[in-house]
Ligand binder design. Structure first.
Ligand code: URA
Length: 234
């Protein structure tokens, strides 16, 4: 793709317009050197199609399905996980295994509906073999898809589950136990780092200070902030 054509895509935000005529979207996902500029996708379905053809990193070679997202495409809350596991790779849907079932319960506990109030996705759309943490290069290769998802859904709040999600999106390298539960601003958007549900599964205690207890504090803060935003703009 010629340089001049790439420069035409330097658009950002929800108002980014359609890619110019002559742009061949089939060229995008085949190599990490080919950029995926803001405004590339008009719909999540188009993005999903590319993710399923994508070989911007090596994870494309072993996927069954790219795992793009589930929930409301206009949700006020976006939840961003790390990467699909086996259940997600098999079904093509994020957070459908044990961690996902716990996530559903956490949302229900503050009356958030996973089909109406949230859109759930991951930093990486393809499963890393053996469920290892995605490498920095793999996260970077996939990041344009996430940025497009954020632009299209335009959520009021973003929840980042675990340190890898926080670091990959915002560059903040602090430990999750230090930063969880505090709002941070990224690109003008309110984000909250929260513990990863899989971490809660390994720690069953509900005592004050335990992972489950901390999650309960954090999700209540999220509910309160959403109510504040919805009431303020009513
Ligand atoms: N863990 C994640 O981070 N994402 C999923 O989709 C499933 C488990």
């Amino acid at each position: 793709m010629p340089e001049e054509q790439i420069n035409l895509f330097e658009l950002s935000g929800p108002q980014a317009s359609a890619p110019p005529a002559g742009f061949d979207p089939d060229l995008i996902p085949t190599d990490v050197k080919v950029p995926v500029p803001s405004g590339t996708y008009q719909t999540m379905a188009d993005l999903a199609q590319h993710c399923n053809q994508c070989h911007r990193c090596g994870l494309g070679a072993t996927r069954t399905h790219a795992v793009v997202g589930r929930g409301n495409l206009q949700a006020p809350i976006m939840i961003v996980g790390e990467a699909p596991g086996q259940n997600e790779d098999e079904t093509g849907l994020p957070f459908v295994g044990r961690a996902g079932q716990l996530l559903e319960k956490i949302l229900e506990s503050v009356k958030l509906d996973s089909e109406k109030d949230v859109f759930i996705c991951n930093i990486n759309k393809c499963r890393p073999p053996g469920n290892r943490t995605p490498s920095i290069e793999e996260a970077e290769a996939c990041k344009p898809y996430l940025l497009e998802q954020i632009r299209m859904v335009d959520p009021k709040l973003i929840l980042l589950t675990g340190a890898t999600a926080v670091k990959s999106l915002t560059g903040d390298k602090r430990g999750i136990t230090k930063i969880r539960g505090d709002w941070l601003e990224w690109e003008g958007r309110l984000c909250m780092p929260i513990l990863h549900p899989a971490y809660l599964l390994r720690n069953q205690s509900r005592q004050p200070g335990s992972p489950k207890w901390l999650m309960w504090q954090d999700i209540q803060k999220v509910r309160a902030k959403l109510d504040e935003i919805l009431t303020g703009s009513a």
